[in-house]
Ligand binder design. Structure first.
Ligand code: 3HC
Ligand code: NAI
Length: 707
């Protein structure tokens, strides 16, 4: 018997327990242990039924994702799960799956092959494989529609979101919700059904519908997937596999599922998404801030500034149930800020995202004020006033004066030095950057910026707080633009260079959209406001000195008052609903300006646009890594995926470069350096790794980020 699966006889009921912490994944040893347990159940005449459950905090959270990388084409490993679950279902004695925690992926597939399922009310069930670029590969697409009905199965497998056990009960996936002790309830249930014929999910066809009923379900699911999961192949494959369940008998349906599963498993998309899955967990690990580091309890916060960011940040805290004191400079700004918050909540209610009661409660947690005096009681403050060092220092000096000694003082600055801001206080160890992204109540990313004096406790507190807020925190060093914006600068500059050389504005945006970016770089500029960068360039000329070539178009557009969406015109022109249209006037101006500047005009292919824009990100990312402002390449990837609309199925810029091959990336960068000048000087780390045939992913994590 494998020590990952235990079997004991409880008064004629066999209790089979999977014990493979932390999440009871179906790692090597678990299926083998289950097979032995089945042998015993079948052979032992004193056994009348069985209960199958998970030890510790959960049922089974799925196949072991770490093993996927080891599967080679032709391997029988996944088909092995399928065959095992077929055997579970074929057992003549009833098997009851007892579910707590999560029954995800292979875990739900295992539970559906049992003859009955009982669960505690707060358990969750799901087929999240699409989030890993996969589809269920052990019968999930064939059994789930037989239990839950076609439409729900399509939704669960194509979108990957879990459902609560109570909903699963209503749908017929769960047979009974157990109140109180799960094991006792499951054994009682097993006794009730022992001696009765064991029903097999695979033999139930009544929920599978007919071709006429099913066609619109599949059509709308495919349309939805193409729109909301643009570029991803797994959701469409999941729908195809479920369609097979409606057209074929169970066994050939499973074969079709297996074919589609393997196609997904060996795809670049799945490799990238698995990298993202582990990356999201990796970024929480900071070698010199171990998980035992004490944290400062945060039960109330202050937010300074109720503008675009401050208002959103206040909502984020309120949504997590944390009371917020929201401070503005004057009554008019405070009223405006609160109105925007209310409007945003109204939109969420009208879209069904939040209930009215939830929103009313959250609004009550946000207490407006015009004075700093009440800040003495809060545990942490996030400052989100205008971007300017003098103002930030003034605010921090004031916060230092009024806040209690242990309170954390965080800044949402997107470019200013945390160390410089900290100098205005007597507690630099409690000063830190919490760089939320816009809109703060929507975007998942928070860059946690470590200053030279920032304490480990402050870092640990902010990292765990971001998780509590439903965000993903990534620790970064205190360099100009931190990680995300430092890379985004060259990316947007290169987009301008392309346009100066003759590429159409729309062609640049289209190429990047087709690569998978949420928006093209020029449309993004219009959305964020072209004046923001214009102001930074004017205030920091020292940052733009050394290079041979300066991008000039955005500055010219700003001089014309074209700041982007907010002024109705930027790279594009906008109607009053902010719908973009191309602007022939801008194209003509750009062509005149560029010709005057002596820049030869040419047609530029989409491939060159993508290479120049992505490799400029990669080159700057490599510099950041070498200088130590990010701990690992994957930290940069997670920042780009969650803050900049980089397509998840490409794994992030550094992962993408690894997959293209660093030699090839370097070769192109060298060609660009020859053709376009010294902005393209290759990063020394890239040169070294390419020379050694290594990847960014293979680099060891830094102990901590550079301050
Ligand atoms: N395989 C391997 N490791 C896994 C895993 C899995 N299926 N699920 C979680 N882990 C690991 C995590 O990497 C993490 O490791 P770490 O501590 O070294 O960083 C640890 O388990 C704990 O995970 P979380 O930090 O995510 O813990 P939470 O409590 O926040 O969440 C969870 C638990 C909801 C189960 C979440 O981990 C999760 O969603 N896991 C993935 C579930 C999934 O995608 N299952 C489908 C797998 S594919 C499949 O089953 C194919 C089948 O059809 C054949
Ligand atoms: P904003 O201009 O929308 O809001 C700033 C607010 O601060 C204004 O409402 C102003 O009245 C208020 N304010 C000024 N002085 C104050 C004081 N002494 N006390 C209280 N309130 C005061 O600016 P936005 O865009 O919200 O930016 C805030 C910060 O967030 C800046 O540091 C910016 O760099 C950063 N940031 C902005 C992002 C964006 O996309 N807008 C993204 C990420 C960071």
């Amino acid at each position: 018997m494998s020590d990952l699966v235990g079997v004991e006889n409880r008064d004629g009921i066999s209790l089979v327990t999977i014990d493979n912490p932390p999440v009871n994944a179906l790692s090597l040893g678990v299926p083998e242990g289950l097979a032995v347990a089945l042998d015993q159940i079948e052979k032992d005449s004193s056994i009348r039924a069985a209960v199958l459950m998970g030890a510790g905090r959960t049922f089974v959270a799925g196949a072991d994702i770490r093993e996927f990388g080891k599967i080679k084409p032709g391997s029988q490993r996944c088909a092995g799960h399928l065959a095992l679950f077929y055997r579970v279902e074929s057992c003549a004695k009833p098997i009851v799956a007892a579910i707590h925690g999560t029954a995800f992926g292979g875990g739900l597939e295992l539970a559906m092959s049992a003859h009955y399922r009982v669960a505690v009310a707060d358990a969750q069930l799901g087929q999240p494989e699409v989030k890993l670029g996969l589809i269920p590969g052990a019968g999930g697409t064939q059994r789930l529609p037989r239990l839950a009905g076609l439409a729900k199965a399509v939704e669960m497998c194509a979108q990957g979101n879990p459902i609560k056990a109570t909903e699963a009960h209503q749908l017929g996936i769960i047979d009974r919700i157990v109140e109180g002790d799960l094991l006792a309830g499951a054994i009682a249930f097993a006794k009730e059904v022992s001696g009765k014929p064991a029903p097999k999910t695979r033999e139930r066809n009544e929920e599978l519908g007919n071709a006429a009923e099913n066609a619109p379900i599949f059509a709308s699911a495919r349309q939805n997937a193409q729109r909301k999961q643009r570029g991803l192949m797994a959701p469409l494959a999941a729908i195809d596999a479920i369609e097979a369940a409606t057209r074929m008998r169970f066994e050939p349906g499973c074969e079709e599922e297996q074919r589609l599963f393997l196609q997904c498993l060996f795809s670049e998309q799945s490799k990238a998404l698995i990298h993202v899955f582990f990356g999201e967990r990796e970024v929480a690990k900071i070698p010199d801030v171990p998980k035992e580091t004490p944290t400062i309890p945060v039960n109330s916060v202050g937010v300074v500034g109720a503008g675009t960011m401050g208002g959103g940040i206040a909502m984020v805290f309120a949504n997590a149930g944390i009371p917020v004191l929201l401070k503005e400079a004057d009554q008019a700004a405070l009223d405006r800020g609160l109105r925007t918050i209310k409007n945003n909540y109204e939109i969420s209610v009208s879209r069904g995202r939040f209930t009215r009661a939830f929103v009313d409660q959250r609004m009550k947690l946000i207490r407006p004020t015009l004075s700093f005096e009440e800040f003495g009681g809060v545990d942490m403050i996030v400052e989100a006033v205008f971007e300017g060092m003098a103002l930030k220092k003034e605010v921090f000096a004031e916060l230092d004066r009024v806040c209690k000694p242990g309170a954390i003082l965080a800044s949402n600055t997107s470019s200013l030095s945390i160390d410089e801001i900290a100098k205005a206080t007597s507690r630099p160890h409690l000063v830190i950057g919490t760089h939320f992204f816009s809109p703060a109540n929507v975007m998942r990313l928070v860059e946690i910026v470590r200053g030279a004096a920032t304490s480990k406790e402050a870092i640990a507190t902010c990292m765990s707080l971001t998780k509590r807020l439903g965000k993903i925190g990534v620790l970064v060093g205190n360099c100009f633009g931190f990680v995300g914006n430092r890379m985004f600068g060259p990316y947007r500059r290169e987009a301008q260079f392309l346009v100066e050389e003759g590429a159409d504005i729309e062609a640049v945006d289209k190429a990047m959209y087709e690569f998978g970016m949420a928006m093209g770089p020029l449309a993004t500029g219009d959305l964020a406001g072209l004046d923001v960068g214009w102001r930074i360039r004017k205030e920091n000329p020292q940052l733009f000195k050394e290079a041979s070539r300066k991008a000039f178009i955005e500055d010219r557009l700003c001089e014309l008052g074209r700041f982007g969406q907010k002024t109705g015109a930027g790279w594009y022109k906008y109607d009053d609903k902010r719908q973009a249209a191309s602007d022939a006037e801008v194209s003509a101006l750009i062509s005149t300006w560029s010709t005057k500047a002596g820049i030869p005009q040419r047609m530029i292919a989409g491939e060159e646009i993508v290479e120049r824009l992505i490799y400029t990100l990669v080159n700057e990312g490599a510099r950041i890594l070498e200088e130590g402002y990010a701990l690992r390449a994957v930290d940069i990837d997670i920042i780009y995926l969650n803050g900049y609309g980089f397509p998840s199925y490409r794994g992030g810029p550094m992962w993408y470069a690894d997959r293209v091959g660093l030699r090839q990336v370097l070769q192109r960068i060298r060609e660009f350096e020859q053709r376009f000048g010294n902005w393209w000087k290759p990063a020394p780390l890239l040169v070294r790794l390419a020379g050694q045939g290594q990847t960014f992913s293979e680099l060891a994590a830094k102990q901590t980020v550079a301050a």
